[in-house]
Design a protein around this ligand. Sequence first.
Ligand code: GLU
Length: 416
Amino acid sequence: MMSSYLENVLASLREAAFAVQLDADTLAILSTPHREIHARLFVRMDDGALREIPAYRVQWNNARGPYKGGIRFHERVDLDEVRALACAMMIKCALAGIPFGGGKGGAAIDGKALSSTEKEALTRAFVRAFADVIGPSKDVPAPDVNTDAAVMDWFADEYARIAGQNAPAVVTGKSLAAGGSQGRSTATGTGVFLVFDALRPLLGLDNETITVAVQGFGNAGQEVALQFFRHGYRVIAVSDSHGAMHEEQGIDVPSLIAHKNVSGSVKGFSGARPFDPAGIFALPCGVLVPAALENQITEENAQAVQAKVVLEAANGPTTREADVLLRKAGVHVIPDVLANAGGVVVSFFEWLQNMEGERWSEERVHERLEATMRSAATDLFTFASSRNLPFRIAAYALALERVAAAEQERRSRAAS
Ligand code: GLU
């Protein structure tokens, strides 16, 4: 049977702990969430029915700073998925060197099928259920699958109402008008490209023509495709949950995004030919970007991957079994915890701006994002090469050392 995302994350954690000889007590603490809250939200739907929706917030660890991580509205959300995502956030923040811990939340409902009124009601119910455990210096949510700036604005508004004061730093990914940051909505995709750009020469891929295939065309997938397109790469294939399009000469990505905005899917785009979405993993290309959900590259399709690089824009897209197969085949897997960290990095910038009452220009945000992503990528490359570890394990190991140092300091403070 396919390993679950949580099993994959915990296995990476253990492998990394072994690599850096982490003591057993610290490993036990870091592989267990501090707190898990399971709420049941009641939301009035447009047809008048009252719907019960399971919702979760998992707070994994806050040794390095407030719990941090997004909220997703997706029918597949369950406690184990949220746990895996929360643990991955702890690793991601430590690896990027931003002062946050790890957390995650979600509601088990298809966010895409909700009207705006229903989404607002769900968001406000979510805040009411979790208001006592979140806060600017406690736990700071953000967007994730099927949640966006509008959702974050409702979130901040509902929290302000409950707290009796404005506290925009309680959530990141807000619109500019509600105290969001320049560059936040494009940050994840931009960061994915910056990581690839920093690693490309180090992986010896400088003198090759690199083509790109993107699986998933939501917030991250669209921006990744756009970034590669703008930097002169040929994006030859894109898929989403409705269909897939292929054009060997390169897809005009801005037109495809315009098409998706109108029709809701990449399907029917006139500038490329349709193909079976499952075939995207087997396409001959230089970089394969999974940008949808977890467990997409599995034992079943990993052997067919022809790309030189798998660049994980989604969280957890590659199973453990697939990881092993890709490694054997010499495919470089750039792990999610590095590749997609741009989102939370700009979330940190937004939180800082809110806490300090500042407003940064788009240039300043971009410069700091670029510096953060490039040094995280090159530091990881150096660490992985010196220890002869696969990137994913090296990423977890480097992050674990940082979290463990903070955790041990906290324990010694508590003991003294
Ligand atoms: N949901 C994004 C992630 O998985 C962003 C989290 C955040 O900004 O807190 O990294």
